[in-house]
Design a protein around this ligand. Structure first.
Ligand SMILES: [Zn+2]
Ligand SMILES: [Zn+2]
Length: 422
């Protein structure tokens, strides 16, 4: 079944793109910073450029089309970053904190969120979710409700374990007082308000504390975050998205995390390759192509987060072994290329062509994205409207603005343009 589907998709792509990428020469210039947690093992700054180059090369291998250039801005203290950007008075924080696991509380009360959690889990097949559990548990799982129950059982165990871990000097890994930067929810907030960086590299431990989205590959592994993409409305390069790569697991001395791929066990090339290719390129593909974490794509897939690639080194070895595109990721790349091409055409004031490609992007975008689908479609509607406006076609512009606001009533740009021309 899967083979046939892949075959059909490959055919569809040949049709759509004649086997070639739309974008011949699209460049992204990304600001990168290293946020260092001084309590934890770190890396020499000279390694950062090597890692960035690995990520760039992997992305070109998997998706072609886009040139990435990294502008490394140096090292900054983690605490001062959070002091500046973690806006706890904001609505954004208040909203997210509803779903936040309270550190050291000992248990997770997910009962108020059962409905959204079930909806979240149902984006994957029951079969693929079962894979994350041991043999005995697998037998007991018959429904999504069962998955939820066992998922949260495992999740709570991992959280309690993280809270109990200590560093060599006897201090707790997660400080009892100063732990703002250890919360994933807090990262979401800080990244939402920061306006300077597209990619953040860090060596701190980030606990996955968003109860409403229990990604099995995250909560059952260590309940921590190895990398993520974020909403950053003030960063315009990817229409308001940024990313983070976490080196903690690759550097820590704590035996609980010891794996064959850690620095001492592996040659430096592979070590940099795991971070650059397996972790960073994956996050960049979330940001650029909006591909979600997938559990059912073929082995060469950069976005595969299934049980088979839960081990970084195993996942990295698969990427090395199959250095070619994933046919199931290709529709995402195609749709996104139309969008990026349309942006280029808009800048060149070729508005008629721009509209054509925005419309194609809208039509071709798969409906399971790494970000909310309706928000993304609203963005495309806004861009179509804006382009019609440039052509002085206010009637069409208003039509698309109405669509944009229907899909996302909080689309500020659409609201503004609507007020301006209605
Ligand atoms: Zn991912
Ligand atoms: Zn894929």
């Amino acid at each position: 079944m899967k083979i046939i589907l892949i075959f059909l998709l490959v055919l569809a792509n040949i049709n759509l793109t004649s086997g070639e990428s739309l974008l011949k020469d699209h460049h992204f210039f990304l600001n990168v910073i290293y946020l260092e947690d001084e309590r934890l093992p770190s890396i020499p700054e000279k390694d950062i450029n090597i890692i960035l180059n690995e990520a760039r090369d992997e992305l070109r291998l998997k998706f072609g089309a886009i040139y990435i250039h990294f502008d490394y801005k140096g090292k900054q203290d983690l605490k001062s970053f959070f002091d500046t950007y973690l806006n706890k008075g904001s609505d954004y924080y208040n909203n997210l904190s509803n779903y936040k696991y309270k550190f050291f509380s000992g248990s997770i009360d997910y009962s108020p969120f059962k409905k959204p959690i079930l909806k979240f889990l149902k984006q994957w097949k029951l079969w693929d979710l079962k894979d994350f559990f041991d043999k005995e548990t697998k037998k007991k799982i018959k429904t999504y409700d069962d998955v939820m129950e066992y998922l949260f059982k495992g999740y709570a165990e991992k959280l309690n374990k993280l809270e109990s871990l200590k560093l060599e000097n006897g201090e707790y890994l997660i400080d009892r007082e100063n732990n703002n930067h250890n919360s994933y929810i807090n990262w979401l907030v800080a990244m939402y308000f920061q306006d300077l960086y597209d990619i953040i590299i860090t060596n701190t431990i980030i606990v996955y504390d968003d109860i409403s989205k229990p990604y099995p590959h995250a909560v059952l592994r260590y309940a921590k975050v190895g990398g993520s993409s974020f909403e950053s409305p003030n960063r315009v390069i990817f229409d308001g998205t940024s990313g983070m790569v976490n080196l903690f697991e690759m550097l820590t001395d704590i035996s609980y995390f010891q794996k064959p791929y850690q620095e001492k066990e592996l040659n430096k090339n592979d070590w940099n390759g795991i971070i650059g290719r397996y972790i960073m390129a994956h996050e960049l593909a979330h940001m650029i192509y909006l591909i979600p974490d997938v559990y059912d794509h073929p082995k060469q897939c950069l976005m595969d987060s299934s049980y088979a690639t839960m081990d970084y080194y195993e996942g990295y070895k698969l990427l090395k072994k199959y250095p070619f595109e994933c046919p199931l990721c290709k529709p995402y790349a195609n749709a996104r290329e139309h969008h990026l091409l349309a942006d280029d055409l808009f800048k060149k004031e070729d508005y008629e062509e721009a509209i054509l490609h925005y419309k194609l992007a809208k039509k071709m975008t798969p409906n399971k994205l790494d970000i909310p689908y309706s928000g993304y479609i609203s963005l495309l509607d806004y861009k179509i409207a804006h382009t019609f406006y440039k052509l002085d076609d206010k009637k069409s512009a208003l039509l698309y603005l109405k669509n944009a606001l229907k899909n996302d009533p909080n689309n500020e740009k659409a609201k503004q343009l609507y007020e301006q021309i209605k």
